[in-house]
Design a protein around this ligand. Structure first.
Ligand SMILES: C[S@@+](CC[C@H](N)C(=O)[O-])C[C@H]1O[C@@H](n2cnc3c(N)ncnc32)[C@H](O)[C@@H]1O
Length: 365
């Protein structure tokens, strides 16, 4: 039975077609550099935009920002945007494109980045030789990582790191760091796999430079656990936590440990040298565990009881939709659910698998 105060809308706010959803969609979004990030909402942005457009808010917080696609949408909509994630790789991406509105990698910055440094460190080459990429690629990563600290601003540094990380994702089969060694079986002739990291980097610097824009607001990127992030001044929060996995796990560190390490040159990280891919420790999140997810949502909704909440969820998540809306009702009197069919693609280029789910946007206010 439907709970009192709960409204369910199929497909969109006003049952809009995909074409009409695109009409008011900010053109800036076409510049967003996608990272093939697990759980990215990039493909759902026109629909999410439609739901946001019908809500009244000025300052938005995205505390599970991941690739930053939704924060980029919010910024494109002219909102003051605060982006946060507990991974350093995500907060670096957000520093580059959410917080930063003016810094670019110009000629002088590129000259500094590409210079042959007097004392190059060889940490990446020594640690990942035979694991990921070629020796030249690894040397290039060491060089840029060292030179990056010479750049004038933290935003230029974040831009350079974002371009470097996307270069690595493009060069690595399937964009994940769970596979290593001889990867020839994944080579389907794609240009991305043939280009060196250096060649990719030149392209990605352009891509990131073009993606930088200002929206006249003081936007912010930080690294924080969602339960600790500052909520002052925030009137809407967009929540996109990981789902309890059905079969495979949903660990971001397992897939992206190399990027997380690269983003801080592995400083302070404990590499497990007994693993083939040189893993770093997982980050605990209660949203990954069946026994803890319900309590985690209760705590999360309580934490944002003063803000409007927009939650991304999916029919393959646990707890299910009914239980989740019931929890949200404890702190919000008006709960609306927007539903939409969605197909996820995964696997290799040659062997693409699809999984059909229903996507939800749950709005509580
Ligand atoms: C589904 S992804 C978000 C995807 C994002 N909306 C996008 O479009 O790319 C979930 C994110 O939550 C982050 N995360 C998980 N638990 C967290 C926690 N307790 N605090 C902060 N971030 C967390 C993960 O690092 C991951 O980046």
């Amino acid at each position: 039975m439907q709970q009192p105060g709960l409204r369910i809308v199929k497909d969109g706010v006003h049952q809009k077609s995909k074409q009409s959803l695109a009409v008011n969609f900010p053109a800036q979004l076409s510049q967003f550099p996608e990272l093939r990030y697990m759980g990215s909402k990039k493909r759902l942005l026109p629909w999410i935009h439609d739901v946001f457009s019908n809500l009244d808010f000025e300052t938005a917080l995205d505390p599970f920002s991941g690739s930053g696609s939704v924060a980029y949408l919010l910024k494109s909509m002219g909102k003051r945007t605060i982006s946060s994630d507990f991974l350093n790789l995500s907060s670096t991406l957000a520093k580059a494109l959410i917080e930063n509105g003016t810094a670019h990698l110009d000629g002088p910055a590129m000259k500094r980045l590409l210079a042959e440094p007097a004392n190059t460190h060889h940490f990446i080459e020594e640690t990942f030789d035979g694991v990921f990429f070629t020796k030249e690629d690894l040397r290039f990563l060491d060089r840029i990582s060292c030179n990056l600290r010479q750049l004038d601003s933290v935003h230029q540094q974040a831009l350079a790191m974002a371009a470097l990380m996307r270069s690595c994702v493009k060069r690595q089969p399937r964009g994940v760091f769970t596979i290593s060694g001889d990867l020839s079986k994944y080579d389907d002739g794609r240009r991305d796999l043939r280009l060196s990291i250096e060649e990719h980097f030149f392209e990605q610097v352009e891509v990131y430079n073009e993606a930088v824009f200002a929206n006249g607001r003081r936007n912010k990127a930080c690294r924080s656990d969602a339960f600790e992030v500052d909520t002052r001044g925030v009137d809407l929060v967009y929540l996109d936590p990981p789902y309890v996995p059905r079969a495979d796990d949903n660990c971001y560190i397992k897939r992206y440990h190399f990027l997380e390490g690269l983003s801080c040159y592995w400083q302070g990280l404990d590499i497990d040298f007994t693993t083939k891919v040189r893993k770093i420790p997982k980050r605990f999140t209660p949203f990954s565990y069946r026994k803890q997810a319900v309590e985690a949502f209760e705590r999360l909704f309580l934490r944002f009881q003063k803000q409007k909440i927009v939650l991304s969820y999916s029919s393959n998540g646990f707890p299910d939709l009914d239980q989740l809306t019931e929890i949200l009702h404890q702190t919000k009197s008006d709960v609306r659910v927007f539903k939409r069919d969605h197909t996820y693609h995964f696997g290799t280029h040659r062997n693409v698998k699809r999984s059909a789910v229903e996507e939800y946007l749950i709005v509580g206010q």
